[in-house]
Design a protein around this ligand. Structure first.
Ligand SMILES: Nc1ccn([C@@H]2O[C@H](COP(=O)(O)OP(=O)(O)OP(=O)(O)O)[C@@H](O)[C@H]2O)c(=O)n1
Ligand SMILES: C[C@](O)(CO)[C@H](O)COP(=O)(O)O
Length: 235
């Protein structure tokens, strides 16, 4: 199958969370959010290495996590860039030779299920690229940013909320990042860069517990998921 690398991006500032400490370092149960995420991938046999991308000022702290939590698959902790896409780009350069498949995952999504991750990887191995996603539950409107007038109501049956992991043949994701850089295109996820190449990307249905911890109201919800779905003890 070729080697499987994982890039965990955690170099964001968490401005929407509004805490002094970046959200990936906030405590969830007994451990920082980022450690929960890293342990998920550490414990997957098929993962050959994990590249951890963090803020320049947090490299030492994260090397500390690698030691204290015995995260032996983390081969590299490096500084990310200004945007998420830049951070993924840094991670791509650090993957070891012989890596054929890559999973890109947000450091602040600590609840992805192993079986969903595997389904996503399997689909990528069939067609080149796949992402976890869930059907949207709300009615979504396209709204004019200036006057707030509704412009259209897309058919909900075709709308999916996109998550991570996003799984790719490494050469495809590298090509997509190179092209985006040439065109100065900035996307909010990696799939959008691959879509620009005209390559197929499929969604794989995951679950609604795979939240991205983004704003303050996500924190109690994350604690609830941890204790009621993932079954970890409260500190
Ligand atoms: N320059 C950046 C920006 C984001 N991320 C990471 O990408 C993931 C998803 O991003 P998001 O939730 O938007 O995180 P932040 O950018 O930290 O949040 P905000 O937009 O509220 O500032 C997070 O794990 C975040 O750390 C990153 O590695 N490098
Ligand atoms: C990649 C992502 O998690 C998919 O939902 C998301 O796009 C990341 O980012 P954002 O920074 O909150 O847009």
């Amino acid at each position: 199958m070729g080697k499987l690398g994982v890039i965990i991006v955690a170099a964001g500032k968490g401005s929407r969370m509004g805490t002094a400490e970046s959200k990936q370092y906030l405590q969830l149960g007994k451990k920082p959010i980022l450690v929960h995420t890293l342990q998920l991938f550490q414990n997957i046999h098929e993962v050959d290495e994990i590249i951890l991308v963090v803020g320049a000022d947090d490299v030492a702290r994260c090397n500390g996590y690698v030691t204290s939590y015995a995260l032996t698959k983390v081969t590299c902790v490096l500084a990310g860039g200004a945007e998420r896409q830049d951070s993924v780009g840094q991670g791509l350069h650090a993957l070891q030779e012989g890596t054929q498949w890559v999973l890109v995952h947000d450091g602040v999504r600590p609840f992805v299920k192993k079986e969903h991750m595997f389904e996503c990887l399997k689909k990528a191995q069939e067609i080149g690229a796949a992402v976890l996603a869930v059907p949207v539950k709300d009615t979504i409107k396209v709204v004019d940013a200036a006057d707030k007038r509704i412009q259209s109501t897309p058919d909900r049956r075709s709308l999916w909320a996109i998550q991570t992991p996003q799984a790719f043949r490494l050469s495809l994701l590298q090509e997509a990042h190179e092209k985006a850089q040439q065109d100065q295109f900035m996307g909010t996820d990696d799939a959008s860069l691959v879509e620009r190449l005209g390559a197929a990307v499929h969604v794989v249905e995951g679950d609604y517990y795979n939240i991205k911890i983004t704003t303050p109201e996500d924190l109690p919800w994350a604690e609830w998921i941890l204790h009621n779905v993932r079954g970890e003890e409260r500190t």
